[in-house]
Design a protein around this ligand. Structure first.
Ligand SMILES: Nc1ncnc2c1ncn2[C@@H]1O[C@H](COP(=O)(O)OP(=O)(O)OP(=O)(O)O)[C@@H](O)[C@H]1O
Length: 292
């Protein structure tokens, strides 16, 4: 597997607190990777390590074959931070001119098309744009660089539903048939489901799950049966358990479909799979405890 990001034993500490711990992961090239996790899990920290804005406290990280943040890779990585930074005193058009000067692979046509479709006024100063339009400008700057790796930290939060859909369609159109790899953090699972084919789940500063979404869906199952506190199915790892007075519902990971007549087995949606890992994130807490 060719990896765009290779992290080994990666950790970042702020003061006494580890924002990211012991992260060992290879992010495959040419994929659209969804990064999910609860608030404060360490997603932004991981993304800032990827783009070289932070230096690791422990371990190492390689991006596009070089140490993260290396000069040689800067123009090959596009990044939109959560705050969607722009230059407030520059107009939209001046942003595009600056992008053209600074980036060897800049595509002015992509930039102008996006500005037009997002309804941005080229003469408007960026400092006066609405939050959603500022996000659109920041995304345009990242896409028009024609990066090999595009890193987006919750880019959709400020966009209205229509703009969100159009952005996702635009993103899919610009990634289809190209080699660009995308790492995309979001709390909006429906949006991730629409465009991602690879998933990373980060909870409590650790990677809990990484893999191809189709494989993860195939290896996780939803089991329902009569209420019980023991007697879990053999050969399956219980990820989460929920109980009503009469019924127990499990999310389990098992390489083969669970063959146990005391359970009704069903496929799992991406949303249920992610929620099972998010619920069961506190270290040392058993699935039974977190389910109540
Ligand atoms: N520059 C910093 N200085 C001190 N602590 C920080 C800094 N950046 C992040 N942290 C802490 O590191 C932890 C992880 O933060 P991070 O922003 O990476 O989480 P996140 O998963 O992106 O959260 P959210 O979904 O809320 O954006 C948090 O406890 C946060 O307070």
């Amino acid at each position: 597997m060719t990896a765009v990001v290779r992290a080994h034993g990666l950790g970042k500490r702020f003061g006494r607190r580890w924002a990211l711990s012991d992260c060992t992961v290879d992010i495959p090239a040419g994929r659209v990777v969804g990064l999910v996790g609860p608030n404060g899990a360490g997603k932004t920290t991981l993304l800032r390590l990827v783009v070289g804005q932070l230096a690791p406290t422990a371990g190492d990280i390689e991006v596009l074959g070089a140490p993260a943040g290396a000069d040689a890779t800067l123009s090959r990585v596009g990044y939109v931070a959560q705050s969607t930074p722009v230059y407030p005193g520059f107009t939209v058009d001046e942003h595009l001119t600056l992008g053209d000067r600074l980036n060897p692979r800049w595509d002015m046509r992509v930039a102008r098309d996006r500005v037009e479709s997002a309804g941005l006024d080229p003469r408007q100063r960026a400092g006066r744009l609405s939050g959603g339009h500022r996000a659109q400008l920041a995304l345009t700057m990242a896409l028009a660089k024609r990066p090999e790796l595009l890193v987006l930290d919750e880019p959709l939060t400020a966009l209205d539903p229509l703009a969100r859909r159009e952005f996702l369609q635009g993103l899919m159109a610009s990634t289809a048939g190209s080699d660009v790899s995308v790492v995309f953090s979001s709390h909006l699972i429906g949006d991730l489901e629409r465009i991602c084919d690879y998933l990373l789940v980060l909870t409590a500063s650790r990677i809990r799950l990484a893999g191809d979404i189709d494989d993860l869906i195939a290896s996780h199952h939803l089991l329902t049966g009569a209420r019980r506190d023991t007697g879990w199915p053999a050969g399956a790892e219980v990820i989460s358990a929920r109980h009503t007075e009469r019924q127990t519902t499990l999310v389990v990971r098992a390489p083969r479909p669970v063959d146990d007549p005391t359970w009704t087995v069903a496929g799992i949606s991406l949303e249920d799979l992610i929620l099972a890992y998010l619920k069961n994130d506190a270290a040392g807490v058993t699935p039974l405890e977190v389910a109540r």
